[in-house]
Design a protein around this ligand. Structure first.
Ligand code: MD3
Ligand code: FE
Length: 225
């Protein structure tokens, strides 16, 4: 069994699938195995997290990433945690340091608390990738497969302007569905969804007042190995 097939048979934290439900009075939608917690962070928690991310961006400034083929990405990226995901002409990989040589700052406590509650109580993520979407930024359909272990889910936190999130299956070219991710929404990708194609079609720039200059921040926590 190859390592991409293995996850479907893993006894690990594969989650119950139900079309919708609720937790603490808030809706939880499951679309194509993506578990979407609408409004999981209230406005005060979102603002507090943005303040923590200002400190992350001081220690590890956002960079304009380039794909291995030399294409400029439209998002800006940084990271927190033991490892950060980076891309440049040398390839896609996890690195223990920011390109400046500084270690990545710690993952904000509020993000670790969400991870413990929704993903795994006793295994912390190795990486919290921080993506910033300015006007016109998007992220094409792709899957995240640079990690060594796909049995753990990935957790995503959306802050700021709303974004159209596109979800496919595990094969490129299959049918897709989309949902609007808004500030405070949290998504858990576990089981087969862990290796599903996904992307951001675009954002509604200025559609939220959380970030004074507009735009969207997305955090994704991953277990790397
Ligand atoms: C499904 N980020 O950083 S978050 C990424 O909004 C990424 O910035 C998008 O895709 C963003 O790689 C989408 C939702 C997401 C993140 C990681 C996943 C979905 C995922 C990993 C595996 C499967
Ligand atoms: Fe991704």
């Amino acid at each position: 069994m190859d390592r991409l097939t293995k996850v479907f048979h893993a006894p690990g934290p594969v989650r119950a699938s139900r079309p919708w439900g609720e937790q603490q009075g808030r809706p939880v939608l499951t679309v194509k195995g993506f578990e979407i917690h609408k409004g999981r962070l209230d406005p005060a928690a979102q603002a507090a997290l943005v303040e923590e991310l200002r400190a992350v961006a001081v220690a590890a400034p956002f960079v304009a990433p380039v794909t291995p083929s030399g294409k400029a990405m439209s998002v800006r990226m940084t990271a927190a945690g033991r490892l950060g995901w980076v891309t440049d002409r040398k390839g896609y990989r996890y690195e223990p340091r920011h390109p400046s040589g500084a270690p990545w700052p710690p993952i904000p406590a509020a993000v670790l608390a969400l991870w413990r509650e929704l993903c795994a109580p006793d295994r912390a993520p190795d990486c919290c990738l921080v993506n910033y979407y300015g006007k016109g930024a998007r992220m094409g359909l792709h899957r995240d497969a640079d990690e060594g272990d796909f049995a753990w889910p990935v957790l995503s936190v959306s802050l700021g302007d709303p974004a159209r999130f596109r979800m496919g299956g595990t094969e490129r070219g299959g049918p897709t569905a989309s949902v609007l991710l808004e500030s405070g929404d949290v998504v858990v990708m576990g089981g087969p969804a862990r290796l599903a194609y996904h992307g951001i079609d675009g954002i509604r720039f200025g559609g939220s007042s959380l970030l004074p200059q507009g735009g969207r921040i997305n955090l994704t926590c991953r277990v790397v190995a």
